[in-house]
Design a protein around this ligand. Structure first.
Ligand code: 9MR
Length: 562
């Protein structure tokens, strides 16, 4: 049989050769290779994908000519529309990085095709040694017999927020459906797919069980950084959820006992659920941007308006965030009843005293610190600003403000804050002189707030570090209290801005007495900059759509470093 086939093949070969010899013309030089077929259509498969961070998926592309024939050896250029969500290698392998969606394109010739890739937050989960597999964002949990009264297999999938209550637990739930019953206490063990997420396991991880409308959380035990697992003992019936926090500023800051804060606008907080979500996920402290200022909170001599401040403080407490009180003694945003006419020293002293006693005492136990005196130094840097407080009441009103604040809340850290004082310069020299005078006089001052309203170019690391060092050496804490880096409209310098944010936070992290950085707002959607500096904007780490900018990533990288 074999032999017969070989003979037949030989016969065909001979006939073929003879045909070629009989051709009317014989080429005199070797023929040019045929032109590559024109690509008419590209297809990519699969056209959609769903991964969790750390997973990857191979996409394949095929190019066809106008006749629909696949073109062998066609080459493709791969790209991802959002490289922070997922990257794609030259062989079509997409690797998921952070939650979001991205369009993966394969281009051959002038023709492209795309696949939509969704990256979900999530982790892996196992119960009492059960096995788990993860594929394309679907997690399958095999529960060992005896651990549960329910059937032994469940599909586990990432969900955005099963109930509004889920948001009370930082992170996003990975839920088991349907509800399951643990006949006896069972150990739930989970593993994170990325090293990044593992870094926050110890401080951020939550395991919860949904009963009716409330989440009962279980303490996470035995976190194991090497194997990236953590476990909890779980009992009862309900939908079990694992809250796997996305890597956040807050998660990393918490780990190093650092306060990463944002100034909060009450209007945005009330109106914008994305604002609320990002604020609570990314920050562990808030400063009230306006709601505790003298005019807004004390509009008439005997009237206080606490509602806005209460709203922000309530949000912070509910989300386990620190509250920085801002501000008691300042020359701006004063109520007319205080400044109109010709106030006397006695009137200003008694008004400020009762103001501080009322406001500081009301929030005692909720505020961890206060900006007691703000912007006391003259803009030309030579000594005190000649505000009406100082002109009428005298410089010792500053001393008194600190004393009244300490008496009204003995646990709050008390700060003196100013702007254009971030490097060693004439103004910061005056701030240093004031702060050290107060401290030497026994006034209860704990530190200075360097506001940090910057534009490009920002100071060098050495300039920032030298200034921090002298306040620290004087026994004062230092904070960056109002950071923003404004950009001129029409310029494309987000990367430069990002490294500026990195330099600023690195300077703080390198100084043991600098344990806090607050940005003045956090999204360009609600920043004071465009209204005050026309032609400038984009000063904050999140853009107007709450997308993280390079500045966000440099802050996060800095906080994540050991
Ligand atoms: O961001 C605040 C803005 O909404 C107010 O209109 C303004 C009023 O003066 O105050 C802004 O916040 C300031 C902060 O309280 C003190 N340092 C400078 C800040 C920017 O002006």
């Amino acid at each position: 049989m074999l032999r017969r086939v070989s003979l037949l093949a030989l016969a065909v070969f001979v006939v073929g050769c003879g045909g070629a010899e009989a051709a009317p013309t014989t080429p005199t030089s070797s023929p040019l290779p045929p032109p590559p077929p024109t690509v008419a259509v590209v297809t990519v498969s699969p056209t959609t994908g769903s991964l969790v961070p750390g997973e990857s998926q191979l996409l394949t592309a095929v190019a066809r000519d106008a006749a629909g024939t696949a073109i062998a050896g066609a080459t493709f250029t791969w790209s991802s529309s959002s490289v922070s969500v997922a990257t794609v290698a030259s062989d079509g392998r997409a690797t998921a990085l952070t939650p979001g969606t991205t369009t993966i394109s394969a281009t051959s010739g002038a023709v492209s095709a795309t696949a939509l890739l969704t990256v979900n937050e999530g982790g892996l989960i196992a119960v009492s040694g059960g096995t788990v597999t993860a594929l394309n964002g679907q997690l399958r949990l095999e529960i060992p017999a005896g651990a549960l009264t329910a059937p032994t297999a469940f599909v586990v999938r990432p969900v955005a927020a099963p109930t509004p209550n889920a948001r009370l637990l930082a992170g996003t739930a990975v839920a088991i459906t349907p509800a399951i019953t643990f006949a006896t206490p069972a150990t739930v063990r989970l593993r994170y797919p990325t090293a990044l997420a593992a870094d926050v396991v110890e401080t951020q991880l939550r395991i919860g069980r949904l009963t009716d409308t409330t989440w009962q959380t279980f303490a996470v035990v035995a976190p194991d950084r090497v194997n990236r697992t953590a476990a909890a003992r779980v009992t009862g019936t309900g939908t079990l959820a694992v809250f796997a926090p996305p890597p956040s500023l807050r998660g990393y800051a918490q780990r190093r006992s650092f306060d990463i804060g944002a100034a909060v606008s009450v209007d945005a907080l009330r109106a914008d659920s994305t604002y609320r979500r990002v604020l609570a996920e990314e920050f562990n402290s808030v400063t009230l941007e306006n709601a505790m200022k003298f005019g807004p909170i004390h509009p008439a001599a005997t009237t206080y308006a606490f509602a806005n401040a209460d709203t922000i403080v309530g949000f912070a407490v509910a989300n386990n965030m620190k509250v920085y009180g801002h501000v008691l003694l300042w020359h701006t945003q004063q109520p007319a009843w205080l400044t109109d006419g010709t106030p006397t020293r006695a009137f200003l002293l008694s008004s400020l005293k009762s103001h501080i006693e009322t406001v500081v005492a009301r929030y005692a136990g909720k505020t961890t610190s206060w900006d007691v005196a703000n912007e006391m130094i003259a803009d030309n840097g030579t000594g005190l600003r000649r505000s009406f407080w100082i002109e009428v009441a005298g410089a010792d009103i500053i001393d008194s403000a600190f004393v009244w604040a300490r008496r009204s809340d003995p646990n709050a850290r008390l700060f003196l804050s100013d702007y254009s004082v971030e490097t060693v310069n004439r103004k910061s020299d005056s701030l240093f002189a004031l702060a050290t005078r107060l401290k030497a006089a026994g006034v209860p001052i704990d530190g200075v707030g360097l506001q940090g309203h910057f534009m490009l170019p920002t100071p060098s690391a050495a300039q920032l570090t030298a200034n921090l060092a002298r306040f620290a050496a004087a026994g004062l804490d230092i904070r960056y209290t109002e950071i923003d880096v404004r950009l001129m409209d029409g310029t494309d310098n987000l990367a430069v801005q990002g490294s500026a944010y990195g330099t600023i936070i690195d300077a703080c992290l390198a100084q043991p007495r600098c344990k806090s950085l607050t940005t003045w707002g956090f999204t360009d959607k609600y920043s004071w900059i465009p209204g005050t500096f026309p032609g400038f904007g984009r000063a904050l780490p999140f853009d107007q759509l709450f997308g993280p900018k390079p500045a966000y990533l440099t802050l996060r990288d800095a906080l994540a470093r050991p």
